[in-house]
Design a protein around this ligand. Sequence first.
Ligand code: NOJ
Length: 745
Amino acid sequence: MKIEALKDLVAILSIEEKVGQLVQLTGDFFDSNNDVIETGPMKKIGFQKNKYELAHTGSLLNVVDAEEIYKIQKKYLENSKHKIPLLFMADIIYGYKTIFPIPLAQSGSWNFPLIEKSAKVIAKECYDAGIHVTFSPMVDLVRDPRWGRVLESPGEDPLLAKQYAKSMVRGIQGMQGDQISENHIAACVKHFAAYGAPQAGLEYGAVELSTDSLQNYYLPSYKAAIDADVKLVMTAFNTLNGIPCTGNKWLNKDILRETFNFTGLLISDYAAIEELKIHGFTENDQESAQLAFESSVDIDMKTSVYANHLPDLAKKDTRIMKLLDEAVLRVLQLKNALGLFEDPYRGLSELSNSHSVLSDKHKEVSQTLAEESIVLLKNKDILPIDENKKIALVGPYVDEPSALGFWAITGETKDTITLKAGLDSIKEEMKWKVQVAKGSNILEESDIESYAKYASAMSVDEKPKQQLLEEAIEIAKESNIVVMCLGESIYQSGEGGSRTTPVLPDEQVKLLKEIKKLGKQIVLIVYAGRPLILDNVIDDVSAVLYAWFPGTMGGYALANLLSGKVNPSGKLAMTMPRSIGQIPIFYNTYSSGRPIVENNPNHRFASRYLDEKNTPLYCFGYGLSYTEFEYSGFEIDKESMTEQDEIRVSIKVRNVGEKQGKEIVQLYLHDVAARVVRPIKELKDFKKITLNPHEERRIDFKITIDMLKYYNSNEEWASEPGKFEVIIGKDSNDQRFKGSFILED
Ligand code: NOJ
């Protein structure tokens, strides 16, 4: 449809019908077999009597089954006066049925073309299920592993977060001009803004950020998604410097609409408009409707606030009426970009053979991404595991199907390839003798109880604790190597998964210590939705592979990494602290006027802890390989540049080992003096390269003026003349190769 036709359609809608387009409900309001159910759910969210007709509803969330979607759409259109199809939106965060590693892991692959490919798979599986919009990507920058939703984030670095935003949006939407192409769906970037910075890592907590932090670190990833033409933005639950995001005019109008030029749909997070009152921002629902709507929030997710109050507000105020027409037009434009007016059953026309899900091709992408996301943190000459070894596979994650992670709500645990299944597939070839024992449950009984409501997917062994332990000890005794698969429960991360003490569960630490007493070499595999603090176990183990929640194919990926068929190449997208007191800890921090100095590290009046090092256990950008990469020959092509100019820097990287490997070469800059002080270093570019044994390559980077700009106190992106340091290294702590140049006036 042309825009004129859409405007004509808006013009013939009644006010109530218009508002209906801005109301999003869950599927329980619509029964595909009978007429629409009104009583239960209608009461539950409190529609005022005679104020709202379900038949006007514009979109549904989290109906994810193809047949269900088909039936609901059909029934809906039969009863619909204007035949405007329903939009189906869902939380398909990192996979529909083919589940990928969690986003924090994906980002650590630093392989964004591969992430874009994974997004295409997600879109295709959603398309075939009839879903039109996914509430993904989440691009909230994170610095605090106590927060459970770091799992869904691309990590602590603005450049990685921007790349992730762009790759996901492109892969999901596959835009062709104004249209979302076949096999693709619309993306929704979230949560605008800065939801990833709640105080003390507490879920839904307040966010207090300086202009410098907000503009330079937290906002750029949303902007990258908007530049990639994302069709929807979701507001955040939190307050930002005292104002809830969902009613924040400055954020949603001045920044999102005007500065970032976002013309798509702004949807509230779940019940966030209603929560404006609970925040203490408004006195009643009517005020909430008005403030959210005036701040340009188009769709009210899962409350009756717009439905109950917008019609009256619009009737009284021509300004609101005008905004209403604009918002409805945006909803219709999205329906049009998806081609729903031509085909309301988009993706569902061949229901019977619409099953791309879990195809070999899709699973292959998931496995490759898992292989590139898993990070080798430590390796004291034990990995890869040689042939002919007796392996004891111990721990609650050895055969645990829930390892898909908290936000894989459409994934099925029956499809999970566990580590046991992975080793089973290669043990003959490797001539490994593998014995398996669970050793302990993921959580202790008391903890399981507190998670029970949600914990249905997590398997629990009813055997007495002591028996589980003894079984593990027995097989460990007979082995050459113990591979221990430990981790937090999937219910300990994700939304509502904040933890004050993000460590391995106690029971599992006890298991590890008991095995350690046998004097065996231990390879630790960690399953987690966040960087856990590993200081209490790190010295007990010879190697650590950080698996995160690795997705459907995780077991095969890990088996390939353990056997050396695949060489690890992931590097951390988020710092791993040594202790809780260091949190938040991130690499792009400030110098302080009193940094620790090398020749007097224990100076009382330096910026340091008395009881802990300042450094993390593993820094951002860190990760090992089974081969060694030697860096040399740092070169910088000139000593100064102008605004019109560029500088070239390069380094030689040589694979000095006997295995082919992938290395992520990282370029950092440091603006030495600026009117708003700049961080000690900031990632500005990177290259992921593959080198054969003994191969050497010179890696070139180009420094452009845009890399030297920051959002300054005049509220503009600008560079300041003066000295810049440039550092190339294998991680954010690598200071060996650096030079400097001057940006001329
Ligand atoms: C709340 C979450 O914050 C958001 O990420 C999600 O998309 C919505 N619920 C919808 O389920």
